[in-house]
Design a protein around this ligand. Structure first.
Ligand code: MLT
Length: 264
């Protein structure tokens, strides 16, 4: 579906009824990253997945930032007349979820931080992102997908499920170049979210694939140690996208967590 917000298109899916879970994808994904979660959770919650600006069916921004994505998410909740949601963000989507805590805390009823981190970029990471921007502009999204795909998927999934690798490679390859470069600019300029962790007072689930090499387990442990009352779940046999690689296990965790937030 498409929402027109302030004259700009936002692609989204909205299924199920009741308490709301807002799903925010990572880089360079689109909302179909969450297909399995929407199917599994729609009987117990209203599941809303949006394309971040410049990805999927969403229009791009003039200036990209993680805070702008967070403001877009809050405006999107306004559009759907949703007051509060459990916000579930993967990787870059987790950066956006933490920005929502900074800028729109009242809208966040619970938090799922999946394969993400609090810290901002190091100078070396910023330089790598600038290289990736050049690659995207010069050689297109498929070259970015070729570089990223190994880190995106855990070694067990790569060995056992080549169809998952192909599916994710297809998703990465189809990302618009302007969305890719915009998101890279947004990520490299984002603030360190470590101080924000102390501000989190809503129930929080931290999830990470055991084989994640992009946002490794120690990043999730840091989140868990610094977010009061949070729960940490390490998904074995999965890399950076455990919701795709081990969807049944992640769906079970999410389903339990959403039920607990509703009761809290
Ligand atoms: C993502 O999956 O969103 C990215 O790996 C995040 C990042 O590059 O920091």
């Amino acid at each position: 579906m498409i929402a027109w917000i302030g004259g700009r298109a936002v692609g989204y899916d909205d299924v199920g009824e009741g308490d709301v879970v807002l799903f925010l994808h990572g880089f360079p994904h689109r909302r179909s990253l969450w297909t399995s979660q929407l199917s599994a959770l729609r009987d117990r919650a209203r599941c809303v997945a949006m394309d971040l600006a410049g990805f999927g069916e969403s229009a791009g921004e003039e200036v990209y930032s993680i805070d702008r994505y967070a403001d877009d998410a809050a405006e999107f909740l306004d559009y759907l007349r949703i007051d509060r949601a459990v916000v579930c963000g993967l990787s870059m989507g987790g950066y956006v979820a933490l920005s929502m805590i900074r800028r729109h805390a009242r809208r966040v009823r619970g938090l799922v931080l999946m394969d993400t981190r609090a810290a901002g970029d190091s100078p070396a990471t910023i330089e790598k992102r600038r290289e990736m921007m050049r690659l995207a502009r010069d050689r297109g999204a498929e070259s970015v997908a070729d570089v990223m795909i190994v880190g995106m998927i855990g070694k067990s999934t790569r060995a056992k499920c080549p169809e998952v690798v192909d599916m994710m490679h297809g998703m990465l390859s189809s990302a618009p170049v302007a969305g890719i470069t915009g998101a890279l600019e947004a990520m490299l300029s984002r603030p360190d979210a470590t101080p924000t962790l102390q501000e989190i007072v809503v129930p929080t689930l931290v999830v990470v694939g055991e084989e994640d090499v992009l946002t490794p387990v120690h990043e999730a442990e840091f989140l868990h140690q610094n977010i009061r009352g949070s729960r940490l779940e390490i998904v074995s046999g999965a890399g950076h996208v455990p919701n795709v690689e081990r969807s049944a296990a992640v769906n079970h965790l999410l389903s339990e967590f959403v039920a607990s937030v509703v009761l809290s």
